[in-house]
Design a protein around this ligand. Sequence first.
Ligand code: BTN
Length: 263
Amino acid sequence: MASDLEAGKLSATLGRALRYYDEIASTNTEAMEWALSGAPHGAVVVTDHQTGGRGRWGRPWFSLPGKGLQFSLILRPDLEVERHGILTAALGVAVAETLEDVVGLATTIKWPNDVLLNDKKVAGILVETQTVGSTVAVAVCGIGINVSLERGDLPPDIADRASSLTIESTRPLTDRTTLLARSVERIESRYEDAIRPGDDLRIIDEAARRSSILGHDVTVRVPDGSILEGRATGFDANGGLVVDADGTRHIVVVGEVGQLRAT
Ligand code: BTN
């Protein structure tokens, strides 16, 4: 992986500037520092192994050397803050499409952007932003893909809901450098949809088509700690989750969906 990446073989417009590390605490932390010191739009930080990988809600992100793809893409989207959810949705759709191509199985997305194969999480996305006024000036889009973890590699606390491409795939896998290049190409295409008025609706449609939760009764934990219970019915134009609860329509911008009940 290292030598290919250092040679800068990513072909997309995004990913032309790239820093590879054998080991690093977190590609998101490194990418944000690079962004704040002038990294160009589209720059990528990638590593073979993270010692302090971070997930959403302050959770750790598990990986083992040689068995995952961990990278962060720096975008300068100039997007209104209230539109940041469309970026999150675009990334989820792009990663879902990439993994579907690579593995040859249908992927689903658990809002906002966990990517699942056979209902098990194989990829996670952490978007961290810097805003200037009312716009997102920098978005560091961190993506972790469980590539070749075996079942026995998964820590007990996530073993029942996480998996990897190797575990789920029935065909030989592509190498991680190719997986990175394909991911970046897809992200580029979906990012362009996200920022082009009108085309953003394609992302919403695709996110809805792949959603593992729409039409289900859900609980959603929101940042103030409260729990909303209701039915997930759709996404709004900014990628927010629409939940109908007790006859009221709620739009959830940031939240954690849990405890799906059979409907
Ligand atoms: C989640 O599902 O909670 C998000 C996981 C995001 C993990 C990736 S790995 C690359 C980047 N660096 C990090 O520290 N986190 C993200």
